[in-house]
Design a binder for this molecule. Structure first.
Ligand SMILES: [Zn+2]
Ligand SMILES: [Zn+2]
Length: 646
């Protein structure tokens, strides 16, 4: 008998040689129907793998990440089979599952795959799936594997790097593939499949290697899931920040300025400024001080900080000056500069914590193929801050930072988020710098802060950086996609490298602890995510213009101007559209520009001293007539709904 421990802690005594599917059946038939993969003692296995030792079993269904991974990876085998049938002679390479679906990298040789082939491939995948072929793992010797794939240089390379005795193939139908495992029980549960796109991809991601064709696909256990997913993709396209950025006149990219270097247009700059001021105001209340540092620094600064070792070779190269021997780097991080600000004078424990904040622009080289709108750029501005404190202050400082991050998320309408606490791998203490005592203090500070603040968090052992533990926030947007925003990181490394000190109550010199934090992450990426989350309908407090006044004709210009002045007195940001255009055209354009309110003025309004209020997206509803005062009260009420006091 073996002991099988389940995630709820219960232990089942089972006969040696049972399979995960047997265990599922012993729990309930319903569970057994839904189980699609499993892991045992942390290793992914098949539902048919026999269990021979004691261990911890997790049964995966479509509803969890591992289950989806097995589902999608298995479909990639079926797609590879269909591709081989339809394009004889192609060479298969690798076909993993990804966050949304899977891909297979294929060398098509002289053949070409186009959009017109997608339907054929999808139909064949579903045909094979309906035949309910089981996925079965088979061990093969290295010699045999090399012989089988002697005409496929890619698989040959993969096999050469594997150890004899560890090599397995996966069989289904009349198809086999080199594979480590992790499949669904049979093809029958694949009910819907779609090829999403094809793209070029270098073998093993190396530009020097041959370019292969990456075929992206996705599959589902129900047709309805696929329909929903495709709708979501369409909505994501409509909300693409690159498209909205253009429509709303927020930012622009110029090939002359350079790839990945966004240009902020007046409206986008105003939006950024509003976000910056919002955070600056909260930071001021939280005791931060603003600092300003240059965009470049001596190469040695980054050698000291260790950033040169990390970014140097793969990033922008040093700038040489006319004077010999001088080398400057574009700043990849703000931290070293802030360390030197701290070092500008001696500190006593009574002076700490010091909290230095800066909207600091940094530059990192990204390959042109990696650039994407505002989410992957070569120059971006972090809402950066560094807190220098004593180890005893860490707990309170951490809680304060969490409060600030939660305030930021709440005010911007991100209600759905989780947190991840990354701590040491206790089995590998040599990987980390800093004393064990300090690490314990820091980890306990983060965990107790996360607990106290009621965060929905998970602890990940071994995920900490070598220089300190951290807390990351994962935010779900309106389309259910996860984004990593807001990092709070403890650092024992830079205080060491920059020899930062403070005088303790014992009159001795001590090292402060450093916290890096950025609630937005970067202004560019944050605005991109916010655009896609809100589809450009930002919270009203953030809107560059909260209302637009639309006059029915030029006759009402004076009254429209008066309304604009009154709104200004109420601190409402508004524009006036007094063009000699039809009102329906003006409304249409105002809708595209996403003004939250359209205020229509004509004869009636002028006579009564009112405005006719129409909300964005309220087509078909009748406008509301109200006074300017009533409208101002309405706007303020909406603002207070999202923008709370910090
Ligand atoms: Zn496989
Ligand atoms: Zn930093």
């Amino acid at each position: 008998m073996i002991k099988v421990t389940l995630p709820d802690g219960s232990v089942k005594e089972m006969a040696q040689g049972v399979t995960p599917m047997d265990v599922a059946k012993s729990i309930s038939e319903g569970l057994a129907r839904n189980v699609i993969s499993a892991s045992y003692n942390g290793t992914t296995i098949e539902t048919t793998t026999t269990l021979t030792t004691d261990g911890t079993l997790i049964l995966h269904t479509w509803n969890d990440k591992e289950g989806k991974k097995a589902f999608w990876h298995s479909t990639s085998h079926v797609m590879a089979q269909a591709l081989e049938e339809l394009f004889p002679g192609i060479k298969l390479t690798l076909g993993p599952a990804i966050d949304n679906g899977f891909y297979y990298d294929v060398d098509f040789g002289d053949q070409r795959i186009t959009d017109a082939d997608f339907k054929k491939i999808e139909d064949r995948v579903l045909e094979i799936s309906r035949e309910k072929h089981e996925f079965k793992m088979r061990a093969v010797s290295k010699a045999e594997a090399l012989e089988v794939y002697k005409d496929n240089e890619y698989k040959t390379e993969l096999i050469s790097n594997l150890e004899d005795g560890t090599i397995t193939f996966c069989d289904h139908s009349n198809f086999f593939d080199l594979c480590r495992g992790g499949h669904i029980p049979n093809t029958g549960i694949i009910k819907a499949m779609k090829i999403l796109s094809v793209a070029g991809a270098y073998w093993r991601g190396d530009e020097k290697n041959k370019q292969l064709t990456r075929v992206y696909g996705i599959s589902f256990p129900k047709q309805k899931d696929l329909t929903d997913y495709l709708e979501l993709l369409e909505e994501a396209k409509r909300r693409d920040h690159r498209k909205l950025g253009k429509e709303l006149d927020l930012f622009h990219f110029s090939q002359k300025v350079g790839q990945g270097l966004p240009l902020w247009l007046p409206k986008g700059a105003a939006l950024r400024e509003r976000l910056e001021n919002f955070l600056k105001k909260a930071q001021k209340k939280a005791g931060y001080e603003q600092v300003v540092t240059p965009h470049i620094g001596m190469k040695d600064l980054y050698v000291t900080s260790g950033h040169y070792a990390k970014y140097g070779a793969d990033s922008f190269q040093p700038i040489h000056t006319p004077a010999e021997g001088e080398e400057f780097l574009l700043k990849p991080m703000n931290c070293p500069h802030h360390c030197e600000i701290y070092n500008a004078r001696p500190w006593s424990y009574k002076d700490l914590p010091k909290r230095y904040a800066e909207f600091g622009t940094v530059y990192r080289y990204e390959q042109s193929g990696e650039l994407h709108g505002l989410t992957r750029v070569r120059g971006f501005t972090q809402d950066d801050a560094h807190i220098f404190c004593t180890p005893d202050q860490l707990d309170a400082e951490f809680k304060n930072v969490i409060d600030l991050v939660l305030y930021v998320f709440g005010s911007l309408g991100f209600e759905n988020f989780t947190a991840q606490v990354s701590v040491r791998d206790l089995d590998n203490p040599d990987k980390y710098i800093g004393s064990v005592e300090n690490w314990e203090k820091a980890e306990n500070a983060i965990i107790s802060a996360a607990k106290d603040k009621g965060l929905n968090y998970v602890i990940e052992a071994g995920e900490a950086a070598f220089y300190g533990p951290k807390l990351d926030f994962m935010v779900k947007d309106a389309l259910g996609r996860s984004w990593q925003l807001g990092t709070i990181q403890v650092d024992y490394n830079l205080p060491e490298r920059f020899d930062l000190t403070y005088k303790g109550s014992d009159n001795e010199l001590h090292r402060p602890v450093m916290i890096h934090r950025a609630p937005f992450g970067s202004m560019e990426r944050f605005i991109a995510i916010l655009l896609e989350h809100t589809a450009g309908n930002f919270p009203i407090w953030l809107m560059p213009e909260q209302a637009i006044i639309l006059s029915l004709s030029e006759k009402y210009e004076n009254y429209a101007q008066k309304v604009l002045n009154l709104l200004e007195n109420h601190e409402i940001r508004a524009l006036l559209d007094n063009r000699n255009e039809t009102i329906s055209k003006k409304i249409r354009e105002a809708e595209t520009q996403k003004f939250p309110f359209m205020l229509i003025v004509g004869e009636e309004e002028e006579k009564n001293g009112t405005i006719s209020v129409r909300r964005h997206g309220d087509a078909g509803k009748s406008n509301q007539s109200m006074t300017i005062e009533a409208f101002a009260a309405l706007v303020n009420e909406e603002i207070n709904k999202t923008l709370k006091q910090f």
